[in-house]
Design a protein around this ligand. Structure first.
Ligand SMILES: NC(=O)c1ccc[n+]([C@@H]2O[C@H](COP(=O)([O-])OP(=O)(O)OC[C@H]3O[C@@H](n4cnc5c(N)ncnc54)[C@H](OP(=O)(O)O)[C@@H]3O)[C@@H](O)[C@H]2O)c1
Length: 290
């Protein structure tokens, strides 16, 4: 088995590196950052697959800036859909299996019940639409693929995530406004990385779409409150709940108001664990090396 991890310098890529390095599969992994490999370059990809004897790809490469995607639609689509098609074709030509990461933002959030894999996708942002188009293309071109939709992903080893931003702002501001009408499930990237390791360590391969997030739900406001409490910063800053309408003030992308994911399928199929989001956040903050 030879596993290629694309987008290896992103949040999930970094978590995968740490989780895989301590595992029996550790010596079977190639980590490719964006600088090492552009997934839109089908030729480069095919060469790497052939030269290294790649058998599996975990695709963590993506255009993930949800707000910037609205004004940079072509750039977002180029990575999340067009490049994914090239990756799918190159992989399928060489019999390589793909684990691809997608998002809760493929849903519109007009429900109060955790989304199952068979629920109808209806993205409300360009980012969500590009990720949904990527899912559809991947399943058409490489039907043996596994797609894992996750939500509210964070890794404190990176700066560009909700907990890191809240902690950083708590050091520079007295008041913080956070929306209390977006409900979802935070996901520690290390938990998702362990789930991916479990899938790759399982002899059977069950293709299709899966949902993975930490268990429990919260609003962005509750999430921020827990971050400040667990980081010992709750006395430093006043947290103000606001509605998405006030907050966005017409700028940025729309987000689904409710995007909790039902994770029964991945737990039953692969026996992976979905720790509670508060426990995982507590662990992430306690073990954070900053
Ligand atoms: N973050 C979340 O809250 C969240 C929620 C749900 C789902 N997801 C999904 O989870 C996956 C991992 O997300 P993440 O948070 O780890 O993202 P991330 O930190 O933004 O990492 C994405 C990585 O992809 C790289 N990349 C971009 N275009 C590329 C290309 N053409 N070829 C190769 N690499 C490229 C980026 O490199 P550069 O920065 O150098 O361009 C970056 O290192 C993504 O599929 C995302 O859609 C994320």
């Amino acid at each position: 088995m030879k596993i290629l991890i694309t987008g290896a310098n992103g949040q999930l890529g970094k978590a995968l590196r740490k989780v895989f390095e301590g595992s029996p599969l550790g010596s079977s992994v190639i980590y490719a950052s964006h600088a090492d490999l552009d997934i839109a370059n089908g030729e480069q990809l095919s060469r790497l697959i052939e030269d290294e004897g790649v058998t599996h790809i975990v695709n963590c490469a993506a255009f993930t800036d949800v707000d910037r995607a609205e004004d940079n639609k072509a750039d977002c689509t180029a990575v999340n859909n067009d490049a994914l098609k090239k990756l799918a074709i190159a992989a399928d030509n060489h019999g390589v299996k793909i684990i691809h990461i997608s998002t809760d933002f493929v849903f519109d959030g007009q429900t109060h019940c955790a989304y199952s894999e068979s629920a109808k996708a209806n993205p409300v942002s360009h980012y969500g639409a590009s990720k949904r188009a990527g899912e559809t293309a991947l399943l058409a071109l490489a039907p043996e693929s596994i797609i894992i939709r996750t939500s509210w992903l964070y890794n404190l080893d990176s700066e560009n995530n909700f907990p890191a931003k809240i902690i950083s702002k708590a050091h520079s501001e007295n008041k913080l406004s956070v929306v209390d009408d977006q409900i979802g499930s935070p996901t520690n990237a290390f938990d998702l990385a362990r789930a991916i390791l479990k899938i790759l360590s399982t002899p059977q391969w069950f293709p299709g779409i899966y949902h993975y997030c930490n268990s429990g739900l919260c609003s962005r406001y509750d999430f921020a409150k827990a971050i400040l409490r667990l980081a010992g910063l709750n006395d430093r800053v006043e947290l103000i709940p606001v509605s998405s309408d006030n907050f966005a003030a017409g700028s940025g992308a729309m987000r689904p108001p409710f995007s909790a994911l039902n994770t029964s399928k991945i737990r039953l199929t692969y026996g992976v664990e979905t720790p509670h989001w508060v426990d995982s956040l507590d662990h992430a903050i306690k073990t954070w090396q900053h």
